[in-house]
Design a protein around this ligand. Structure first.
Ligand code: CDP
Length: 220
């Protein structure tokens, strides 16, 4: 059967600075997909919790903060962005050294993940309604937990030196090795290579080559 007219869900998982965002945005552009960066969702909630003025060490306090947050979506180009109480935070706020240092701690809390689960799944319906050819979602648990039924699952990787060099080039202070350690050892939705996912080492290819390879593998 031809894949023409079939709505596609593509899951892109991997650790910090492996190239998930550039790959996903490039594929969204090339294949007419809606793009979602779930890392920015965890960054948005982290930033909201940190700026709430409440004690962010207490799970009960965190639950109360989360209950008061209303999630919304704004589409910017091909990317669907998470808004809190109808405001999408600036990228510079989401990638501040403080958020970089704290995001994995909050992402490990089950209540934080629960707040996002149904929202993230609902974005497939939004992409269908908006007549995108499919949805490309990047993160740590997309092929394993959020869309285990996704027909196309990829796990990107790269050696630590390459990844650290990418972040330094972007001028960011970001403890990527520590984040990866926390993300892969936590109980709730740990970073894993999803079953059946195709692994791609992005240190061995240019961005264009990775995009080409994935496009070829999904048969577009
Ligand atoms: O851009 P980078 O790959 O460095 O990180 P990110 O995708 O912005 O994700 C920031 C953090 O959010 C990760 O280190 C994880 O702690 C968390 N995260 C998660 O737990 N689950 C996801 N699906 C995506 C991100």
């Amino acid at each position: 059967m031809s894949s023409f007219n079939t709505f596609k869900i593509i899951a892109i998982d991997g650790g910090a600075a492996v190239g998930k965002s550039s790959t996903s945005k490039g594929l969204a552009e090339r294949l007419g997909l809606m793009h979602v960066d779930t890392g920015s969702h965890y960054r948005t909630l982290t930033s909201a919790i940190l700026s709430s003025g409440e004690d962010a060490e207490e799970r009960e306090a965190i639950s109360k903060i989360l209950d008061a947050l209303k999630l919304s979506t704004q589409i910017d180009g091909r990317t669907a962005k998470l808004g809190i109480n109808d405001r999408v935070p600036a990228d510079s706020d989401l990638r501040s050294p403080e958020v970089n240092a704290q995001v994995s701690k909050f992402a490990a809390i089950p209540e934080v993940r629960k707040k996002l689960f149904a929202y993230q799944r609902s974005l497939a319906d939004l992409a269908r309604e908006q007549q995108y050819a499919g949805l490309i979602m990047e993160g740590r648990d997309i092929g394993s937990i959020i869309f285990p039924e996704a027909a196309y699952r990829f796990y990107l990787d790269a050696d630590e030196a390459t990844r650290a060099a990418r972040r330094a080039k972007e001028g960011q202070t970001d403890p990527i090795a520590a984040r990866d350690r926390m993300d892969s050892t936590r109980q709730a939705a740990p970073l894993v290579c999803p079953r059946g996912a195709t692994q791609i080492n992005t240190a061995h290819h240019t961005l264009e080559e990775v995009i080409e390879k994935i496009t070829h593998l999904i048969g577009s």
